[in-house]
Design a protein around this ligand. Sequence first.
Ligand code: PLP
Length: 461
Amino acid sequence: MINVEPYRIKVVEPLRVSTRAQRQVALEAAGYNTFLLRSEDVFIDLLTDSGTSAMSSDQWAAMMRGDEAYAGSRSFFALEEAVRDVYGFPYVVPTHQGRGAEHLLSKILIKPGQYTPGNMYFTTTRAHQELAGATFVDVIGDAAHDATAPGDFKGDVDLAKLEKLIADVGPSQIAYVNVAVTVNMAGGQPVSLANLRAVSQLCHRHGILLWSDATRCAENAYFVQQREPGYADVPVAEILRQMMDCFDGCTMSGKKDNLVNIGGFLAMRDETILQHARELVVLYEGMPSYGGMAGRDMEAMATGIREMVDDDYIGHRVGQVAYLGGLLLEAGVPIAQPVGGHGVFLDARRFLPHLTQDAYPAQSLAAQLYLDSGVRAMERGIVSAGRDPRTGRNHTPHLELVRLTVPRRVYTDRHLEVVAESVIRLWDARAGIGGLEMTYEPATLRFFTARFRPLAGAGGH
Ligand SMILES: *Cc1c(COP(=O)(O)O)cnc(C)c1O
């Protein structure tokens, strides 16, 4: 059957189509960084799937039930119940978004000098771990760093790498292991349940806590259903519970799979960690019964948590991403494969082989895509990877990607066809696309606010 939307549209938001000349002005004003564009200058916004979901009629209705009491809000208990039912974690501490939860977790579990292994870094996660004095160690399988390697579960942890780290530094020097499901920086690649169970056994045998970055856990559960032997007939909700059973807790950005525009949480099984989190959340976010969230936002998130595990919804969502990937593959455009759960990633190394990594090929390709059609994408390469805090040298990730992220329930397949057309136009004209140089670099998380200009003598405007 075709991948039909399991919803109908009740409210529409008009979009403006700009001219190339207008986009040229906007791009220069933004320093060739798509993060610095004004949203009203964008036609189709695939910058991120974070906080950009369309809420359901049930979520909007739930917002009216929001209890804005300073303490003991009814809406907190609705959220707690949803987390218990869907994730299976007994305790939850709301935060303003995912990084708020990462901040609390890093402060609670990390002693300076310890290690925090994970299946590929994530920008905010690693930044908070480093701020707390930890060193991140990548223990994902090698295939995840190869945009062309096949594999159903390229997000899997390489157990040998993790075992070696434990042997080298000793279990007490590992603050916790953090496993992301799916792996954002690897292009939304999922982790298998078999791998999660093996990692859980390994960690717990050594007395090491296993935490999940569960930001895209519903997408991961859907891939398990579709790809892992034995799960074809198991509902996504049940698979998600089995996944979470492997973990001691999770950090969550509600802005992704939870289908809300803002919010997040830290959830756990251990009461001591809960107590510590409640003490810290008061300092950094707000009372433990709202963290950084309004009551109405907790209601919307509680409803979104239940909606995200609907098999029809999640099948359509991941299917839409696959549709865009398929259009590009048919035209021979190099993309990261297999296509992941939340977006299609253009492989800028193969797209622009004439550019070296220090000419920021992915940053440049994202800028050219905006110029061509008003489609906004994001760089996931050397700019996002930042610098090593000790040596000051650039991280040079193998993956140099442009992320076309599909917001949930927002765009139609027709919009995605416009995106594909524009990318294919650039692919045909790729030889004329030049590189960039950085003119401003902020101290941390530079990809958000760095500025660039075309390299002297570079083609492609
Ligand atoms: C978005 C994201 C985060 C951070 O969440 P925010 O809500 O943006 O603070 C952490 N981990 C992953 C995998 C994410 O995608």
